[in-house]
Structures are given as C-alpha cells and as structure tokens.
Design a protein around this ligand. Structure first.
Ligand SMILES: Cc1ncc(COP(=O)(O)O)c(C=O)c1O
Length: 446
C-alpha cells in the first residue's frame, strides 16, 4: 500500500529543537516531572495565550500530564464535589465529561446550536433553570467545548454563567490558538484546558495544560497537580492531590513545538480554505466553516456534512461487518465489537464514504458521538420528558439516567449522523487535499 494520509500527525520543528531540549534534560539529569523545560514551556504558553488583540490578560499556565488531567483539576478548583451537577457540552470527546464522574458529580449534558456545533447558550440557560427548579441547587460548573477547534459562543456563555454565578471551565483541548473576537480560547472562563496529545495542534507526545485566571488560582492548581504537599521539611498533606505535573522530557518537546505553533495553525487554516474552495460546488457536501467574523477556528480537524440523500458507492454494504480492531489507529481498543450496529450511528452513506476513503489510503472519522447517546451515560432506567419553554423555539427532551442528565434539542445527534472529519494536519499537502476531494467526488453516485 502506498502513502497514507492521516487526520493529524505529530510534526516536529525543522530545526529539531524538540530533541535539543530533550537532550538538555538528559545532560543535566532533569528527568523528572519538573525542571527548566516545564518552566520554559509554561512561560511560552503564557506568552501565547496572553497575546490577544484586545488586552494583555496576565493568565498563568500549569503544564500537566494530559488534557484530561486539566479538565479534572479545573473542576476541582471550581469546587466541584460529589453530589454536584456540572453542565457540559454533549457533543464532545469523553474527556470533557469523564472527570465530572471521577469526582462523584453528575454530568448535565447540553446539546448544541447549529452555527458552531457547540453548546447552545439558550438551551444551557433553560437547563440551569430546570436544574434549579428540580433539585433546588444550581450546577457547580459549566464546560463548553471548542469542537474541532471551532469557538463556542463564549460571550453569551459568560453572560449566563455570570448571571447565575457559575464558574466556566473552557475545554479548548482541540482549540489551541482559536480565537473569539480576537481573544484566545481558554482565557475567558475561570480556567481553560489545553491538550498536547500526539494528534493535537502541537504535541508533547501526551500532555496538557490548565490556563488559570490569576496567581492565586495558579498556585492552587500547582498544589493539586503535585499531591497537594504543604511547605514543611517533611511530607504534610491537608488536601488530596494528584500526580499530574508534566514531565521535563515531554515539556522539552513542547518548547520545540511552540516555535512552530503558529505555522501549524496557519497550515490547518490553509487546508480548510482549500477544502472550502474545492468542495463548494459538490452537491450535498458542506464544509463546516467559521459562521461569522467573531469566530476564528484553528481548524484542528476540518469537517464536512453529507446530505442523507447523497448516494455513495458501496453504501448497501455499510455496517455489514463487525469491526475487529481499532478504526483509525486508536490506542487501547482491544475488544472486538459485539455487533455491527448501535442505536445511534452515522448514516450508511457516511460509513460508506469512510470505507472508500480508507481503501484509498485516507484516514477519515465520524464526528464525536454525543455523550448523551453513550451507553456509559445511559445507565439504569432512562427516562425522557418533553419540556416546552416559551423562550426556546423547539421542544427540549430532558433525559435522565443513573449516570447523567441531558437537555437535548436533536442537533448533535443529527450532525453525528451526517458528519465526518477530514485530514488537516501539518503533513497534509495541497496535493493530498486535491486527492481527498477527488476521492470524495469519485465515491458519489451521480
Ligand atoms: C474535547 C477534548 N477534551 C479533552 C481532551 C483530553 O485531552 P488528553 O487526550 O490530552 O487527555 C481531548 C483530547 O484528547 C479533547 O478532544
């Protein structure tokens, strides 16, 4: 088989700075989860997130072992505890919501709006009001997510969050360098999550960071990330902490990557533009772009939707075989699936297109399956109640189960059925984009 085109592969600086910083760590024996590379990477990240069109924000950053750890500590520092409820965007990767469950709290999933595909602020407010009415308690935090890098409507989200005095933890794991009205995502809320997993905008192989609002919050997160050890000559602990600090080796990769971060972002935006241009006249295929000038997505992954009436070659064979291993190289998938279908899956034409692309050597992937459709969040008896609220223009389904609550307007499920992620990383050339678009066109039955 020839060359394969992947969604987003790690890409190191031409100058090899990542290896230089790693070598320094070895040469000076800083092979620990602290040290000059960790401090240097945090300083670089602070410079990056504070460089806004409007303002210098003086945000502080803590480098952590993963983006999931950053979500966990963001929730903890916002005071989330067992028995609380936390509002979180349903249309996301599981790491936005799993840490809510780690803390013994309950995720309250909120569906998306159509422009950005991210959390619907109006529905979010209805969810807050309904939770207060039903439980007598407001949600303890709000977690919006920049899906595939696209900004969420953070001004509306902050307005509502401030009205009800609920802290916001921005999950900008996929949105490194995306901006809303010129301001970097992750800098609006109480804290902001970044991920440097191998497939992200920049990588530290695995890693993440939490952007904190000020010096005091930074200190608190630093304590939580390092086992919450008090300053005594011996180990004194007054709170439960975690071992979440980034390794000085990984941070060396991060320092090198920061020298190419803006190039990476520019490349992803260029690939997006090319998809928009080349697919603009293809009937039934729509590229998801910035809805208006307030949005400035990093286009971590470029995404398309495929109309249900578009026929794809081989569609009659979609979902005929049970998947044996990981589709798309996901690590740790060691179970074979037990069935070819689940109760909520992409349309047959989307699956057929994914298979056609795979056969042509192109990695494509369905959108994230909404969390309110995931079996893990539908445990025990699942009840659905229809709510009609004057200020919201369609019926809202309130779904409750033993493991979550959800406020559903149907948008994320609909998008999940028609959507697809396309390759967009630093190794995706113009020629590759032409080939991908040609493959899509050739797969459509006219
Ligand atoms: C939306 C979102 N949140 C959180 C994470 C968690 O990041 P990590 O994989 O670094 O733990 C990821 C990605 O991996 C993500 O896509």
């Amino acid at each position: 088989m020839g060359k394969r085109i992947y969604l987003c592969l790690a890409h190191m600086s031409e100058a090899g700075l990542e290896q230089k910083y790693i070598k320094e760590a070895f040469d000076t024996n800083w092979v620990v989860p602290l040290g000059p590379n960790v401090n240097g990477f945090e300083a670089d990240l602070e410079e990056f997130v504070n460089a806004n069109d409007n303002d210098n924000l003086n945000k502080r950053v803590v480098a952590l072992s993963s983006g999931t750890a950053a979500v966990h500590l963001g929730l903890l520092a916002a005071g989330v505890k067992a028995g609380d409820e936390v509002i979180v965007q349903s249309f996301t990767f599981c790491a936005s919501s799993h840490p809510i469950t780690y803390l013994g709290a309950t995720p309250v999933f909120v569906d998306s709006e159509r422009d950005s595909w991210n959390i619907d602020p109006d529905l979010m407010e209805e969810a807050i009001k309904d939770r207060i009415a039903k439980t007598g308690k407001k949600p303890a935090a709000i977690v919006p997510v920049a899906l595939y890098g696209m900004p969420y409507q953070i001004d509306r989200i902050m307005e509502i969050a401030n009205k009800y005095e609920i802290p916001v933890i921005e999950d900008a794991a996929e949105g490194f360098g995306s901006r809303w009205n010129g301001q970097v995502l992750g800098t609006f809320g109480k804290s902001g999550v970044l991920s440097f997993n191998g497939n992200k905008m920049i990588t530290t192989s695995g890693g993440g960071a939490l952007i904190t609002a000020n010096e005091d919050e930074w200190r608190e997160i630093m304590m939580y990330a390092t086992q919450y050890r008090e300053s005594y000559p011996y180990y004194q602990h007054e709170k439960i902490g975690y071992n979440y600090r980034m390794s000085n080796i990984c941070a060396g990769i991060g320092r090198g990557q920061m020298t190419v971060a803006n190039d990476h972002i520019a490349h992803h935006k260029h690939v997006q533009e090319l998809y928009e241009e080349l697919l603009k006249d293809v009937r039934g295929i729509k590229v998801h772009g910035n809805p208006d000038s307030r949005y400035d997505s990093n286009f971590w992954l470029c995404t398309i939707t495929i109309d249900p009436d578009i026929k794809i070659k081989g569609q009659e064979n979609a979902y005929k075989t049970i998947v044996k291993g990981a589709v798309g190289g996901a690590a740790g998938v060691i179970h074979a699936a037990t069935s070819a279908h689940t109760d909520c899956e992409p349309n047959d034409n989307v699956e057929a297109l994914r298979v056609a692309m795979d056969e042509a050597g192109i990695e494509a992937r369905p959108l994230w399956k909404p969390m309110h459709c995931q079996p893990v969040y539908r445990q025990g008896e699942v009840k659905s109640l229809e709510l009609r609220v004057k200020s919201y223009n369609s019926p809202i389904i309130c779904q409750t189960s033993a493991s979550s609550v959800a406020y559903i307007n149907g948008v994320s499920e609909e998008l999940f059925k028609v959507g697809m992620c396309l390759p967009s990383g630093p190794y995706v050339s113009d020629e590759d984009v032409h080939f991908i678009v040609d493959t899509i066109k050739a797969s459509i039955i006219q």
